[in-house]
Design a protein around this ligand. Structure first.
Ligand code: UDX
Length: 447
């Protein structure tokens, strides 16, 4: 008999995981506590922008013409408890307001709400990013609350998907990591992933704390790589070097690698910034805070890039206040191929210039609604060309493909001044310069 899967939480992690499990042939029940999300998903609509996710969902959501019908959604914990052999916890773990620590309330409430409905054998699998030690604590909660007693077990299976690549990363993961305490749990998880998903993916079996730490240390390493290259960008600027060439050259060394070495306004989003902060907070609780003091520097290098971008813009405009200057901002999301504006470096830079008197007009291919909600006082335009019209400077702050395909000559006709500042080191500098633009970027020589 094929396993039945429930997925608790239908954000970009849960919705993608649920659809991927249905794609692998399992019967899947997704649960969310937000009724609007459930209604949308039942219609095959995705409550967020994630390339390919809509198509994957519609292939499986029950009631949609031509679908396999293997994927359903509910708000009912009892239904979920009775349905699943394996229950994946995919709720978010944001940063606590005003603190570094991670807010575990959604995970705690998911396990607490599900457990009383687990009457028979069940495996509850945490996928959310949590402070090390959480799985052990949640296992005890489960044992205390589940009528099934020891037959209801916990496992940890961190998720490494990137926004914008969620479908690809879920269907073809680099590795599958499981933290388990029994052979039964390992066997069940091997069965779940004994599908094309696991083909060619290393399957790492370990204990709870290691599984939890794999996720936080992987994200810390990625954050470190980005802040490292941004620190090099600062030195390059001081020494008149070129950080893009430097990154290319050091990246040819396999031990370093070329990925995640793009200098610019730094990392944002719902994961890297809060994960490194939560990691520091947890290490402090464990008495190991000294081991992670370097992450404080990684965080501060990252945050500094936003202010440096503002200063680069000011200098390029001749110094002095922004008052009366029209600034076009291309990009609002924290990265391309996402509509996520959480902790977006682009909006932070736009907001700083606006607060200093600049007249800012933002355009983003997918993030406009979310940006407007978060920063209602900024100006917004319906296209890049419209944003650039009459601008004294154009800031490229999120590297959407659409921006790389812009015609600098056409934009040059619309702008008041041909000055472009590339906060992502992603535009073709020569192309823009040939069209008469002054091109500036962080960590790059001025001409
Ligand atoms: C990250 C991890 O990559 C993923 O494995 C984990 O599961 C969740 O956190 P995500 O937040 O989707 O994924 O974004 P990612 O692609 O890692 O980019 C994070 C930020 O770093 C973005 O703001 C991006 O613009 C920035 N970045 C990335 C750089 O500034 N330079 C780079 O070279 C790469």
């Amino acid at each position: 008999m094929s396993l039945k899967i429930t997925v608790i939480g239908t954000g970009y992690l849960g919705a993608t995981h649920a659809a991927a499990m249905a794609e692998m042939g399992f019967e899947v029940l997704g649960l969310d506590v937000v009724p609007e999300k459930i209604e949308m998903l039942r219609r095959g609509e995705v409550p967020l922008y994630e390339p390919g996710l809509g198509d994957l969902l519609r292939r499986h959501v029950a009631g949609i013409e031509g679908s396999t019908g293997r994927l359903r959604f509910t708000q009912d914990w009892a239904e979920a408890g009775a349905f699943g052999d394996v229950h994946f916890i995919c709720v978010n773990t944001p940063q606590k307001h005003g603190e570094y620590a991670c807010d575990m309330s959604y995970v705690d409430s998911a396990v607490g709400s599900l457990a009383p409905h687990l009457a028979g054998p069940a495996l509850v699998v945490g996928k959310s990013t949590v402070p090390v030690g959480s799985a052990d604590r949640l296992a005890r909660t489960l044992a205390a609350l589940a009528p099934a007693g020891e037959d209801a077990e916990l496992a940890w299976n961190p998720e490494f998907l990137r926004e914008g690549f969620a479908v690809r990363d879920t269907l073809h993961p680099d590795r599958i990591v499981v933290g388990v305490r029994s052979e039964r749990a390992e066997k069940l998880l091997r069965e779940v992933y004994a599908t094309p998903i696991a083909e060619g993916s290393p399957f790492v079996v370990t204990d709870f704390p290691t599984a939890e730490l794999v996720k936080t240390s992987a994200n810390s390493f990625l954050a470190t790589k980005i802040s490292f290259i941004n620190a090099m960008a600062e030195v390059c600027e001081a020494a008149d070097g070129d950080v893009a060439k430097l990154a290319e050259a050091i990246g040819y060394d396999d031990r370093i690698g070329r990925k995640f070495l793009r200098a610019g306004i730094g990392f944002g989003g719902g994961c890297l910034p809060k994960d490194i902060r939560a990691f520091m907070a947890r290490a402090g609780e464990l008495g190991a805070d000294q081991a992670l003091t370097f992450l404080r520097e990684i965080d501060s290098i990252n945050m500094r890039q936003r202010g440096r971008m503002v200063e680069l813009t000011r200098q390029a405009l001749g110094g002095g206040p922004f008052l009366g200057k029209r600034i076009a901002v291309l990009g609002a999301t924290f990265k391309p191929d996402s509509d996520d504006v959480r902790d977006s470096p682009a909006l932070n830079v736009a907001g700083q210039i606006h607060l200093q008197g600049g007249q800012v007009t933002v355009y983003d291919p997918k993030g406009m609604d979310n940006a407007r909600r978060l920063f209602p006082t900024l100006g917004y335009a319906g296209s890049a060309l419209e944003a650039v019209r009459g601008a004294d400077a154009v800031l490229h702050l999120t590297e959407w493909q659409e921006f790389r395909e812009l015609d600098p000559a056409e934009l040059g006709e619309a702008a008041a001044v041909r000055l472009v500042l590339d906060g992502r080191n992603a535009l073709d500098a020569e192309l823009w310069r040939r069209a008469g633009w002054t091109y500036r970027a962080m960590g790059r020589p001025t001409a």
